[in-house]
Design a protein around this ligand. Structure first.
Ligand code: GTP
Ligand code: MG
Length: 207
């Protein structure tokens, strides 16, 4: 599939009623504010300005849907853990993003983007626990973003530490600047999109 080269913005959803109807398989990008979720989407799609990025945390406030042709979608989620976001917005985050993650039948995987310099914050671990406890466990892929900010030795050490803390996840270093990990992440995403959502697998024959 070279849908990654043909991406287009589909819709921004500010409330559950704005969500586009379920269609092709989706992969959602979650993580703390400012870790580089929107930049990762742009790097994967090879489109510099498609997803809006910013130095100011809290740039992405809506669920932004990108279509990869007719076959798949990537979803840029608002970040969490931004202290200046008022409390009522945090409650809105929980209901909008939490509701989406818990109930979207076409969700194939969650990409958890963490800052390679500060991985596994308490909020990241809360999201991991929540995803693992949710009834339809979507596999998750961890991207250790901004890896360009670390030395090679620190990259290797961070990768080892995060892999050992999250043994069931696929964990990769990633940089939208050096493009480290971009090709590998594309392959991983194509793989999960082809496999489809976890609860939409064909039933086992004979049962
Ligand atoms: P919110 O939408 O606020 O949740 O942020 P986000 O996670 O989408 O982050 P965004 O992609 O907007 O990037 C935040 C800042 O980090 C911007 O200034 C980016 O240029 C920078 N950035 C993103 N990815 C990288 C990277 O791989 N390396 C470096 N050095 N900077 C990056
Ligand atoms: Mg963003």
């Amino acid at each position: 599939m070279n849908g990654f080269a043909n991406a287009a913005f589909l819709r921004a959803a500010a409330s559950p009623a704005d969500l586009p109807p379920e269609g092709p398989p989706e992969i959602a990008f979650a993580g703390r504010s400012n870790v580089g979720k929107s930049s990762a989407i742009n790097a994967l799609l090879g489109r510099r300005g498609l997803a809006r990025t910013s130095k100011t945390p809290g740039r992405t406030q809506t669920l932004n849907f990108y279509e990869l042709g007719e076959h798949a979608r990537l979803v840029d989620l608002p970040g969490y853990g931004f202290a200046r976001v008022p409390l009522e917005l945090r409650a809105q985050w929980r209901s909008l993003v939490g509701g989406y993650l818990a109930s979207r039948a076409t969700l194939c995987a969650v990409v958890l983007v963490m800052d390679a310099r500060h991985p596994l914050t308490p909020l990241d671990l809360q999201l991991v626990e929540w995803l693992q406890a949710s009834p339809r466990v979507a596999p998750f892929i961890v991207l250790l973003a901004k890896s360009d900010k670390l030395t090679r030795a620190a990259q290797a050490e961070t990768l080892r530490a995060v892999r050992s803390r999250l043994p069931s996840a696929t964990v990769e270093l990633f940089s939208s600047i050096t493009r480290q990990g971009v090709a590998e992440a594309r392959d991983l995403l194509q793989h999960v999109l082809q496999a489809g959502p976890p609860n939409k697998k064909p039933p086992v024959k004979g049962i």
